[in-house]
Design a protein around this ligand. Sequence first.
Ligand code: SF4
Ligand code: SF4
Length: 349
Amino acid sequence: MNHPKIHLNLDGQEMEVNPGTTLLDACRERGASVPTLCHEDRLEPFGGCRMCLVELDGAPRLVPACKTPASNGMVVRSASASLERVRGTIAEMLMAEHRPASGGRPDAMEKVAKRFQLGAPPIQFPLRDEYRDRNRFIGFDTNACILCNRCVRYCDEIMAVTALEHFGQGPNAIVQPTDGLSFLDTSCELCGGCISSCPTGALYEKEAHGIAESACETTRTVCTFCGVGCVIDLNTKDGAVVKVTAEVGVGPNDGHLCTKGRFAWQFIHHGDRLTEPLVRGEDGVLYVATWEEAYARVVEGLSKVKESYGPDSIGFLASSRCTNEDVYALQKLARSVMGTNNVHSCAAT
Ligand code: SF4
Ligand code: SF4
């Protein structure tokens, strides 16, 4: 059933939107630039930071666009001199509560500068202690936290894990892993989604060593850890991967990743990684060989087994890290060359 459209006036122009549309959605649809901090499209509207305040005729005060549903006859203004002033004051108050440049981490400084459109470093306030956690992947610089609760809500609404909490009130309020424990002692799954959701870089990838995004090249690819096909961006500096990110709205994962997809990339540059085929000599030791020698050994071994025990004594298992084309070629090898249907991929289960 089609619900009737809602008619409102935004910035002097009439527009119609679907029921359930918020004023923020309407502004975006119109191309009006409204700043946000605590808002994340993947999360329920929160209305916590007040950066997206707009003027609504008849309302006693400014209203948060992210949390106000559009309704018939509304007259809304998304930009004015007084809105600029109010948003500026709110940004200053948020900045006064934290020091995003703490420790001089370029990634946090860059994130905050982009968000707040800063030309100069923010006011310097005494540092709280960095939350030192023994987990290997997620760093938490509480000085850069503006208590927007995006990470807490991400963990709750998306992951259904609640490994982060907003604790305390007023000037004593903090965000922390639940009960102030290490991430490793909470129900945290180390997915790193809270990092992707954090607008200030307070939560960050430890192994990226604070390298700013603008210092990295990104290469879009598909994660090979399982068969879901999550789209990932390899962030590289000087030819080496420094972190993995995922863009919201892209691929089946929509910016989400599991712990392997986000953090288990060190094998790429690991010294133990095999880069050449190895063939076992008669002395039992593995020797570097050419691909031709390696293939010849495989053919010899499989042929002997087939001759002695029949084709169904052989099975082929494809890694989930193979591409579809690799897996197709493997089942061809199994069925057409070896004559067995014993073929499977762990991505199928
Ligand atoms: S890593 Fe994932 S599970 Fe752990 S706190 Fe962050 S969002 Fe929650
Ligand atoms: S850690 Fe980041 S996402 Fe979480 S409340 Fe602080 S600023 Fe917001």
